[in-house]
Design a protein around this ligand. Structure first.
Ligand SMILES: NC(=O)c1ccc[n+]([C@@H]2O[C@H](COP(=O)([O-])OP(=O)(O)OC[C@H]3O[C@@H](n4cnc5c(N)ncnc54)[C@H](OP(=O)(O)O)[C@@H]3O)[C@@H](O)[C@H]2O)c1
Length: 239
């Protein structure tokens, strides 16, 4: 079954107060979805997004803790769609990564994606029309970045976990992933970022709206599309 339209569909977007998550929430609102905005610390930004999304409900939770995920899913109620977006990013020499550094990244980027999807799937499997899950990964899950080994591992985990979840919960739930390339939101005029831009076949950075386009595709596609990865990177991974 296809969700041909998102009108009236309940969609939780994690980490929706800022940047890509905010773009996704605002795009889903324009698609007439009932958007639920999750945030961690950025309450004021979340309230701003809420106001821009027709006073959409906002929910706080530290997703690195499974007990908070359980509470969050009790609060949000049944969902049609989940967008796992909230994640952390740190640059650390792999020779210096500590257990705490590893857990800081993996507790949110991989463990939280798993438990949010698990809680959503338990509800969606009870629903007549099933559900849709989109996991935002990264080209860091495909490419090998020497100063981000711990982060690359978390995002490669998201990409493979997406395929295993798709198989576990087919045919009622489709699970797909969007891997953004470089989507800066601040000044991007540092030498490394300029070099990255020049290496990108598209000749520019991407935008949050371009990531949102791919999310909307997966949320409205037939459930025959499942376990897939769409890379939105201006061709960077081709170089
Ligand atoms: N931007 C890029 O260039 C890029 C490239 C590749 C992939 N991605 C992926 O795209 C997604 C969005 O990227 P972004 O750059 O927009 O992300 P971001 O700004 O780094 O993070 C998005 C939000 O995640 C929330 N968050 C992080 N850890 C959390 C936790 N433990 N509990 C609750 N909320 C938590 C934060 O919410 P609060 O502010 O409310 O605390 C934050 O605003 C991420 O999955 C990222 O890995 C981004």
């Amino acid at each position: 079954m296809a969700f041909t339209s998102l009108e009236g569909k309940t969609v939780l977007v994690t980490g929706a107060a800022k940047r890509i998550g905010r773009s996704i929430a605002m795009r889903l609102y324009r698609e007439k979805a009932r958007v639920l905005i999750h945030y961690g610390n950025s309450r004021q930004d979340a309230e701003e997004v809420s106001a821009l999304c027709g006073h959409a409900p906002i929910f706080q939770a530290d997703l690195s803790k499974v007990s908070e995920i359980e509470r969050l899913f009790q609060e949000v109620g049944p969902l049609d769609c989940l967008v796992n977006n909230a994640a952390r990013f740190t640059k650390i020499d792999p020779l210096l990564v500590t257990e705490a550094d590893w857990d800081f990244i993996h507790s949110t980027n991989l463990k939280a994606y798993f438990f949010c999807a698990q809680h959503a799937a338990r509800q969606m499997l009870q629903s007549e029309h099933g559900g849709r899950i989109v996991n935002i990964s990264s080209i860091g899950g495909i490419q090998a970045w020497p100063m981000y080994v711990h982060y690359c591992a978390s995002k490669a985990g998201v990409i493979h976990m997406t395929k295993a979840m798709a198989r576990a919960w087919a045919p009622k739930i489709s699970v797909n992933s969007v891997a953004p390339g470089a989507i800066p939101f601040e000044e991007a005029d540092s030498a490394p970022l300029q070099a990255l831009k020049e290496r990108t076949p598209a000749g520019r950075f991407g935008t949050g709206d371009e990531i949102a386009d791919a999310v909307v595709y997966f949320l409205t596609a037939t459930q025959f599309v499942t376990g897939q990865l769409t890379v939105v990177d201006g061709g960077l991974t081709l170089t």
